[in-house]
Write a protein that binds this ligand. Structure first.
Ligand code: SF4
Length: 384
């Protein structure tokens, strides 16, 4: 059976970029990111490494979305933040209406840093609040309290206008009522976007070891599901409708950078552990910040892994990630761009998901049902 259609496009130049800043005050027990804690002495070397990596572009690139994440970019003191943003701006150019997001921790938010961010065109702040509850924050090993988080949201909203916050649910011993309080506080603040994630226990983290030793007890599936649906209901009632499995915002405030990923478009990645997708190749830098710095300063590529992505892989990934958006995934667009007809290649899997009541096919869009929203991982795995 012929499962391909004519492909009309080649790999388009990336129009998004991610820059990873690895510094944090301390490492939270559940964190599996590329992070260094208590090594602010590496900041100068990091900036020189980043400069070298950016210079490998050869010339400045025009992009539409830029996301500086970490780690904690705002852990850098204002003058270092200024240097980094100047450097990034020399190589990655955003148009006037481009989306420029920076991740921040509530404790780092002050007027000086916000002024620096705004002066460099940052128009979206993503705050790692995680919770407003003191006990839960302690369990998560976060270093702010409710008052600091509230003040940070208010200050950031005044200075930047567009504020997203992240909240974690299903923390050890957390109850649905406790989670509801977090949601109610969040939705009463001047936020434009909410992201919620169930706590995960990644191998190699302190939390994974503690759970293994029964020192931490994870939430059961039913509790986690109840919390998830509370987030969906509460956010929608507050004018933040769900637009992706973990993301809630009105249409104009959806995160364009993340949508870019979910649509499977190319992006540049810079910094330790950062992945990029350029010219059909997926490259991931060394996760160790010190290795990243050492290699870059020696003029050697910091890339640790590099794979050529076939058009079929690209099509499967686009379907698997795209279906997580509430608008569904456009299978005709995937066929047009990749030459791979998902509806044919994954006919049996799609049919199984339909029979289980997890997806609907409306014209060429594959869309999660209400039941499927809670089982999105199953649907994604079937499509991948
Ligand atoms: S602040 Fe964020 S990036 Fe830093 S250690 Fe904690 S979870 Fe990880």
């Amino acid at each position: 059976m012929d499962v391909t259609v004519a492909s009309t496009t080649c790999w388009e130049p990336p129009t998004a970029a991610y820059v990873h800043v690895p510094f944090c005050r301390h490492r939270c027990g559940y964190c599996n990111f590329s992070v260094v804690a208590g090594r602010d002495d590496l900041a100068e070397a990091f900036l020189r490494s980043l400069q070298w990596e950016l210079s490998q572009l050869g010339e400045a690139r025009d992009i539409e979305t830029l996301f500086i994440g970490g780690g904690t970019p705002t852990h850098l003191p204002p003058e270092w933040l200024e240097r980094m943003l100047t450097l990034v701006g020399q190589w990655l150019r955003l148009p006037q209406d481009g989306e420029f997001s920076v991740e921040a921790n509530p404790r780092d938010i002050d007027r000086e840093r916000l002024d620096v961010l705004r002066a460099h065109g940052v128009n979206r702040i993503s705050l790692g609040v995680q919770s407003f509850d003191q006990r839960k924050l302690q369990v998560l090993q976060r270093d702010h309290d409710e008052a600091v988080a509230r003040d940070a949201v208010t200050l950031a909203a005044e200075a930047i206008g567009n504020v997203s916050i992240d909240l974690i649910f299903a923390a050890p011993e957390e109850t649905p009522i406790g989670w509801q309080q977090d949601l109610d506080i969040a939705c009463g603040l001047p936020i434009t976007h909410l992201s919620t994630y169930a706590l995960t226990y990644e191998k190699g983290t302190q939390f994974w070891t503690r759970r293994f030793k029964s020192d931490l007890r994870s939430a059961d599936e039913a509790t986690e599901l109840e919390m998830y649906h509370r987030a969906r209901r509460t956010a929608a009632a507050a004018g933040l409708p769900q637009y992706e499995i973990s993301s809630f915002a009105s249409r104009p405030n959806r995160c364009k950078h993340n949508i870019h990923y979910w649509l499977g478009r190319g992006w540049y990645g810079f910094g330790p552990g950062a992945a990029g997708f350029v010219d059909g190749r997926r490259r991931t830098n060394h996760r160790s910040p010190t290795t990243y710095i050492r290699r870059s300063l020696a003029g050697r590529s910091p890339v640790q892994e590099e794979d050529a992505i076939t058009r079929q892989q690209w099509a499967f990934e686009r379907a698997a990630f795209g279906v997580r958006m509430m608008d569904g995934v456009d299978l005709a667009a995937i066929a047009r761009d990749t030459g791979v007809a998902i509806a044919t290649v994954r006919k049996q899997e799609i049919e199984d998901c339909r029979r289980w009541g997890l997806v609907e096919l409306r014209q060429d869009r594959l869309i999660l049902t209400e039941k499927g929203i809670a089982m999105a991982d199953t649907v994604s795995a079937a499509l991948l």
